[in-house]
Write a protein that binds this ligand. Structure first.
Ligand SMILES: Cc1ncc(COP(=O)(O)O)c(C=O)c1O
Length: 447
């Protein structure tokens, strides 16, 4: 076992050490070679060494260098080395971290990490929190608590009796809400289409003047950080009106919630602490390994009531049972990496990370504008939307940038304009990486 684990660690280290020097996208040849693994299921066992060798030799070259410094394709981070290491250790522990009693170490770390996150985001220290797979499930989990609390007001127990015959809930969302929010609403039986959509402005922000009159059982879903522009809904106006009407305000802050971590962007989240629930990701700006999302709910009892189960064979505890706050029972110990990232960076390190990535995004925008290209968004956070001309030209430039391999950016259509998205959220991105990527983008677009 020692030899296997040591040699695997060496392979992983070599992968990470080489990641800055390789093409960000895998070569077509490397992707084609994956077919080597598509073989009939073997009858005889294969040695562990051989299995790891097959993985490394066939799959490492076919990965996209998302852990590297010049992947700007989605709002995702790399993994801080301390979190990769913590992930290895937690993997060795193999704790099924749903219950405190059998897994006190990982359950305790999760509690500490939760306390620190609430502190970092300036949210009430007694919020309930669930460590889930990502923001999709964090939205789902928080909105399950919202559904529970709203229907309880109407004396309806949704967990026990379901939604058939339940009093209706009005769901209000911005026109530019993330598609996964609609998926979460669908999973909750609230419907992907059965929503009131509030018009947005040129940055994708909900227009407070277009908010409908709110009444009855209502969930208002606002957004902290639009996936294309990075824009924030105007929380102070919207939340005040929603609360006057007794609505539940939920914040999809998959990456935008992290704006609270540093002084230069904290104004963007002003008023957000008045909401009732929040969803965010740690596998985005905190730069921990996948998968790692967090659901936070002011009324922790509503979250527990929506998620907790009991069974005679499951031990109860006076301490926090992680699975009382999540859809899953058996689960990996996500809190370990979150704890490790926060403990390693400290408040200053998180602030510096967010600050640096935002500065780097502004530098991308400035460099592209100086080169004559049009930036479509106000760069308030870490997102840049740039167009290189008409849709065909922009798509061609995006494909060539991906093929050339210095960096990786994806495309989008923003309010009918085809654009390239640049998301800067990795701990590994240096200012030199930004300059190198800018040079490649401008050179390719100028051809
Ligand atoms: C605003 C927003 N919400 C939700 C999500 C979905 O997050 P995840 O992929 O972690 O489920 C994203 C992903 O980028 C996002 O930007």
């Amino acid at each position: 076992m020692r030899k296997l684990l040591e040699s695997t660690a060496q392979r992983a280290i070599a992968y990470l050490e080489g990641i800055g020097d390789r093409s960000v996208a895998p070569s077509a040849e490397a992707v084609a070679n994956l077919a080597r693994l598509d073989e009939p299921f073997n009858d005889a066992p294969t040695s562990a060494d051989q299995v790891i060798k097959m993985l490394d030799e066939n799959c490492s070259p076919a990965t996209t260098a998302m852990a590297g410094p010049r992947f700007f394709g989605f709002v995702i981070g790399g993994s801080l080395p301390v979190t990769v290491a913590a992930n290895w250790l937690a993997g060795a522990w193999d704790q099924n971290s749903g219950l405190f009693t059998p897994t006190p170490a990982t359950a305790s770390l999760e509690q500490v990490a939760l306390n620190w996150l609430l502190d970092l985001f300036n949210l009430p220290s007694d919020c309930g929190g669930g460590f889930v797979t990502g923001a999709t499930m964090a939205n789902f989990t928080a909105l399950a608590a919202a559904r529970r609390a709203l229907l309880k007001r109407a004396s309806w127990n949704v967990e026990a009796d379901g939604l058939f015959g339940a009093p209706p809930i009005t769901v209000v969302v911005g026109e530019e809400a993330h598609p996964t929010l609609f998926k979460s609403l669908g999973l909750l039986g609230l419907g992907r289409n059965r929503v009131v959509r509030v018009p947005v402005d040129s940055q994708g922000r909900m227009r407070a003047d277009a908010l409908p009159t709110l009444s009855g059982l209502t969930m208002l879903c606002v957004q902290a950080g639009n996936v294309n522009t990075g824009a924030f809904d105007p929380f102070p106006e919207i939340c005040a009106r929603a609360h006057e009407a007794g609505a539940w305000v939920h914040v999809d802050g998959a990456f935008g919630l992290w704006a609270a971590a540093t002084a230069s962007t904290s104004h963007l989240v002003a008023g957000l602490c008045d909401a009732d629930s929040w969803a965010t990701d740690c596998h985005k700006w905190l730069n921990v390994p996948y998968d790692s999302g967090i659901a936070l709910v002011r009324d922790g009892e509503a979250l527990r009531a929506a998620m907790a189960i009991t069974a005679d064979y499951l031990p109860t505890s006076e301490f926090r049972n992680p699975s009382d706050f999540t859809p899953e029972l058996s689960r990996r110990a996500r809190g370990v990496e979150v704890w490790a990232a926060l403990r390693s960076l400290g408040r200053q390190g998180v602030s510096e990370l967010v600050e640096r990535n935002c500065r780097q995004a502004r530098r991308f925008a400035e460099g592209l504008q100086t080169a004559g290209f049009k930036v479509l968004n106000d760069v308030v956070l870490n997102q840049v939307l740039v167009t290189f001309g008409d849709a065909e030209t922009t798509n061609r430039v995006i494909s060539e940038i991906q093929r050339e391999g210095t960096c990786w950016c994806g495309g989008t259509v923003w309010q009918e304009q085809t654009a390239m998205r640049i998301s800067v959220s990795s701990w590994a991105t240096t200012d030199a990486d930004v300059e190198r990527s800018l040079e490649a983008m401008i050179r390719i677009a100028g051809r």
